[in-house]
Design a protein. Sequence first.
Length: 332
Amino acid sequence: MIILGIETSCDETSAALVRDGKIILSNVVATSLQEHQKFGGVIPEIASRRQLEYINIVTAQALKTAGLRLQDIDAVAVTLQPGLMGSLLVGISFANALSYMLQKPLIKVNHIQAHIYANYLLNKKDAALIDSVWDELKLPAIGLVVSGGHSSLFYIKDFLNYRLIGQTRDDAPGEAYDKVARILGLGYPGGPVIDRLARGVSDNKIVFPSSAMKGSHDFSFSGLKTAVLYYIQKHQKTPDFSVDHVAGAFQDSVVRILVEKSLNACHARKVKTLLIGGGVAANSALRDSLRTRGEAEEIRVSFPSMALCMDNAAMIAGLGYHLATKQAFTRV
Ligand code: KG4
Ligand code: ZN
């Protein structure tokens, strides 16, 4: 079964073709990121205007790369929510029109759940490895989605059953990265640059607290952001002040709590598989720390490839396949 995925929830416009929920035949992503950078965050009106311009081109490119025609598609899957209202509307209207024109089902997919599903996808050139990936990542699993807008922990029984067991009570981790980078004058988005600076830091004397939210699987990052702000206000005029060390200590605090909370959730639910997803899953310290700790605690930890951590339509088409096979068809 070939599914065309469409994703337009934030500043990306993406179309992908995925076979049987496993093999990516094409995954084209266009972004308006550069236009938002001077504002320090995504401007919804600019994002949706660009998505209107890009969506046809990106879809045509995805078909061309996969060597397929529109008639070869069995269903269209689209991000329903969450996301920016105007942006979602572009993708949903486009997918709905295509589904009507082709007389093929339209499948509505949750963006956050799809981020986790990215762990189960491989590119066509790696297709020979797909059975071992699926054997390795047996459900049930704990899923951690960490992105610019979300921080959620799920208990996943099967792909149609994601139970939310914890979430952020305030900022998402990516949002905290972006805000701290802004305070430090590092530009937008903050994650990649803080990740890079933190990698060069050793022997850091600064320690920021991590909010444990004891007795719950929930997260909180706004206190950390405030602690960083106060630290900067107090120390930035001192000779020892180092942006890199502040960035490193901030990242240590975020990674510490994400590792602790996600492994705790695995132990609490007696689950041996931990699936990570979302933009912050690209973070090198989080990847290293979770892999090491997972090995020590006999939990299989999986991250998508870097490209599939970011917003993309392949993850939408992938999860859409499971909804399609369960006849979860709808027209928006
Ligand atoms: O999943 P995503 O592309 O968009 C949302 O659905 O929100 O995530 C974007 C977020 C941004 O906040 C960005 O700063 C963060 O992911 N990010 C990172 C890294 N790369 C991107 N955060 C930490 N470390 C990174 N290497
Ligand atoms: Zn996302």
